[in-house]
Design a protein around this ligand. Structure first.
Ligand SMILES: [Zn+2]
Ligand SMILES: [Zn+2]
Length: 283
């Protein structure tokens, strides 16, 4: 599978000179399966760039499979600026992997005529919103599975397993050790991510951010790396960066994570996700 990061920032977009290397767009990750099916995880502001690329490449009649973790603004705000929805040859399928997601998608809040001038019924593209039909589904050559995450208001994480044996896990927003309301324990998440080639996980905080941000629904870098080690992930991509973290601060996190791996998980590699980064995930 080929994974490209179009947005890696959490909470709010952070344009400006201090974030230019890692990028300021909010979360959006595209995955191409071995049969070239396009799967998109989250449609934050990074989805605008992805949409423009798809239109320019002339690939629109092929369906675009969108999986949104939850409806917090940073994960959906790119939708009105996703160019394929304004093309009549565009075909977008908005998947619901839980009853909560199904009802959230049905509201179409961004296209209600109040939050954005265009209403959902007026979009030229073919927009499908199939009803919730279970926590596993086939998408092209791959299978997508879902797990509930620890995040205020609810959130889903996804795992995609392709026909060639490669796999990617997309787990954001998730607090691995929340003070209350645990939905999926670290052991559940370890099992879910077991043996994955690439674990993309929310790593918004450093140990020194705690305890002030306990209960906010995001994880500490060290806990994310421990999850990757326990799941025997080949690579961990730290994702959903704090908007107050500039490029230098993210360089320090990258160095901290590499040092952690040298001591605790020498076989695992780690990186800080950056906008435009493409990774080929092998079986
Ligand atoms: Zn978020
Ligand atoms: Zn959130």
């Amino acid at each position: 599978m080929r994974v490209t990061f179009y947005g890696v920032r959490g909470s709010i977009a952070t344009p400006g000179p201090s974030t230019v290397r890692y990028g300021g767009n909010t979360v959006c990750v595209a995955v191409r399966t071995v049969d070239n099916t396009l799967v998109v995880f989250d449609i934050g502001t990074g989805a605008r760039v992805l949409g423009d690329e798809l239109v320019a490449a002339g690939v629109l009649p092929a369906p675009i499979h969108v999986f949104v973790t939850h409806a917090h603004w940073d994960h959906i705000i790119g939708a009105p600026f996703f160019a394929p929805i304004y093309k009549k040859e565009g075909h977008v399928i908005l998947h619901a992997m839980s009853p909560r997601a199904e009802s959230s998608i049905a509201k179409g809040v961004l296209f209600d005529g109040e939050h954005f001038p265009v209403r959902i019924a007026d979009l030229p593209a073919r927009l499908e919103r199939p009803p919730f039909a279970g926590e596993t589904m086939r998408v092209g050559s791959a299978t997508v599975r879902c797990i509930q995450l620890n995040h205020p208001g609810g959130c889903e994480g996804f795992r995609i397993d392709d026909a060639d044996g490669s796999s990617v896990c997309y787990l954001t927003d998730n607090e691995l050790t929340p003070p209350a309301g645990l939905v999926s324990a670290p052991t559940d998440l370890t099992r879910f991510a077991s043996g994955t080639g690439l674990l993309i996980h929310d790593a918004q905080y450093m140990p020194e951010d705690m305890p002030a941000k306990r209960g906010w629904g995001h994880s500490v870098v060290d806990d994310v790396l421990a999850l990757g080690r326990d799941a025997e992930a080949r690579t961990v991509a730290l994702h959903h960066h704090d908007p107050w973290r500039d490029d230098h601060a993210l360089d320090l996190i990258a160095a901290h994570a590499r040092a952690w791996c040298r001591v605790h998980a020498p076989a695992m590699s780690t990186l800080v996700a950056s906008e435009g980064l493409t990774l080929d995930v092998k079986p």
